[in-house]
Design a protein around this ligand. Structure first.
Ligand SMILES: C[S@@+](CC[C@H](N)C(=O)[O-])C[C@H]1O[C@@H](n2cnc3c(N)ncnc32)[C@H](O)[C@@H]1O
Length: 259
């Protein structure tokens, strides 16, 4: 088996194992995703996308416990979720029964099926995001939109690696306490599942843009953002680096791509 195929399999399996074990605590572990300010921001984006299509359909890839689905239900006629972890998917059932367990690199949907395809905080969990971007392109309708968000910006990650390491040490105890006590194999799964946090320095914005373009999207817009509720460090960065371009100082990247 080719090395990259083997790595894809390992990282996918780690995601299954990790998320199956921590599905119940997910909202506690990912508290920044579920901070009110971020929820309002994301809901605004989904509402705007819903407004573009009458009787619109949305597929959320890596839907987890339903973060995007719960907003999409209010603005799309038809909402579908897919995830590789059965336990995470089960928790999405509170929002819809249109759920399919699948690896996002092989989406079990026809070509041109959905007006909008989303993947929130998912790309950095994949060993190679490209096959998933290709699949999102394939199942998206012509003129439809793919939206990804909450992936670590590689420029920021490399530049402030010292901060990332310091933060990991400072918050290790708190973070470990929010995780189930499942031993060292679980810790290994967690690192592999968070592949681009632990084994790479986030996602390179230019490479991600190239991937979307190579997949065939007509228009690709890569954007950089701060967390809407910045911590002290990010506040300081915002002031100190006021004149620098956003790509150098924002921790997150998001993509809006039109097919
Ligand atoms: C950080 S969570 C994000 C969940 C959700 N999108 C949210 O906004 O809360 C990452 C999700 O991606 C899923 N995932 C990871 N690798 C995947 C893959 N290869 N195919 C499908 N889902 C995957 C995980 O199971 C997990 O539910």
């Amino acid at each position: 088996m080719e090395q990259s195929e083997e790595m894809h399999r390992k990282v996918s399996q780690a995601n299954v194992d990790y998320y199956n074990k921590c599905a119940k605590q997910y909202e506690v572990i990912e508290e920044t995703i579920f901070a009110r300010e971020n929820e309002e921001r994301v809901h605004g984006i989904i509402k705007e996308l819903g407004g573009k299509y009458e009787q619109g359909s949305l597929l959320d890839v890596g839907c987890g416990t339903g973060n995007i689905l719960r907003f999409a239900l209010q603005h799309f006629k038809e909402v579908t979720g897919t995830d590789i972890s059965a336990e995470m998917l089960e928790r999405s059932r509170q929002y819809t029964d249109r759920l399919v367990q699948a690896d996002a690199s092989q989406l079990p949907f026809d070509h041109d099926s959905f007006h909008v395809v989303t993947a929130y905080s998912v790309l950095h969990h994949l060993y190679d995001p490209f096959p998933v971007i290709q699949e999102m392109y394939r199942v998206c309708k012509k003129g439809g939109v793919v939206f990804t968000d909450n992936d670590p910006n590689g420029y920021f990650q490399k530049r402030f690696k010292w901060y990332k390491n310091l933060r990991k040490k400072l918050y290790k105890k708190k973070y470990d306490q929010s995780l189930p006590d499942e031993g060292s194999a679980f810790q290994e799964d967690m690192k592999l599942a968070e592949y681009h946090h632990y084994y790479a320095d986030g996602l390179d914005a230019q490479r991600i843009k190239n991937m979307f373009e190579k997949a065939g999207f007509a228009e690709v817009n890569v954007m950089f953002r701060f967390h809407p509720r910045p911590n002290l460090f990010t506040k300081v960065i915002k002031v100190l680096l006021f004149f620098e371009p956003k790509e150098k100082k924002c921790p997150f990247l998001m993509v809006m791509a039109t097919k």
